[in-house]
Ligand binder design. Structure first.
Ligand code: G3P
Length: 217
């Protein structure tokens, strides 16, 4: 399973990149705003800064919600860097835009997906990635992981090439369960990735090894 980090924080992206296990980055307008990145020029520069840190897919989201606007913005974003993936919302105009970008060989990430029907449409349009938001479904008492399972089944039935990018990951168990289900990618905050390291037996075992080594030295 590929690991993407879901942030616009450059320090966290660098920290994850330094681990050697990072495959890509996802961002969204809220994550940009959280870092105080506002205005088109600053946002574009920020995408370039991210592309200079990580050599992997970097999702950059369009703001327009009409077809022409999404095409204009998406083409502009795609020209920024070879690793940019145009992130497009799951709406009718968005599906039309994804179909257009597919025909032009431009990579897309269909975002704000909350149902199998929406994921089916994204695959039919040829999206490179589909982003089901599992944490936000959990937030409203709906099983987000079940959605990932259902999409996996349908995509496998028809051998759709669209990659399932499990988004809105909140913690380490989401990552582990997504790997069990067979999600192609997960995107999560740095805290969820760092959580995978933690085990008290690793800590106490290492402490003991070092203490025993030091007895003889
Ligand atoms: O990038 C989209 C998604 O991962 C958002 O996550 O935590 O805001 O639901 P969250």
């Amino acid at each position: 399973m590929k690991f993407f980090i879901d942030t616009a924080n450059l320090e966290q992206i660098k920290e994850a990149q330094a681990l050697g296990i990072l495959d890509g980055v996802t961002t969204n307008p809220s994550l940009m705003a959280k870092e105080g990145i506002t205005g088109k020029a600053n946002i574009i520069q920020h995408y370039l800064d991210i592309c200079n840190i990580v050599d992997g897919p970097v999702s950059a989201e369009v703001i327009a919600t009409d077809y022409d606007g999404m095409i204009r913005e998406g083409e502009e974003l795609a020209k920024l860097h070879k690793n940019i993936v145009v992130k497009i919302p799951m709406i009718k105009e968005g599906i039309k835009a994804i179909s257009y970008f597919t025909s032009k060989g431009i990579k897309t990430n269909c975002t704000l997906v909350f149902s199998v029907g929406q994921a089916l449409l994204a695959a039919k349009a040829g999206a490179t990635y589909v982003s089901p938001f599992l944490g936000r479904l959990d937030d409203v008492s709906t099983d987000g992981l079940r959605l990932i399972e259902d999409i996996r089944l349908i995509y496998d039935n028809y051998m759709y090439e669209t990659q399932i990018l499990a988004a809105s990951i909140r913690h380490t168990m989401h990552i582990i369960k997504c790997a069990e289900i067979g999600s192609d990618v997960m995107t999560g905050p740095l805290s969820s990735i760092n959580g995978l390291f933690k085990h008290p037996l690793t800590d106490s075992g290492l402490e003991q090894f070092l203490a025993d080594y030091n007895k003889g030295n």
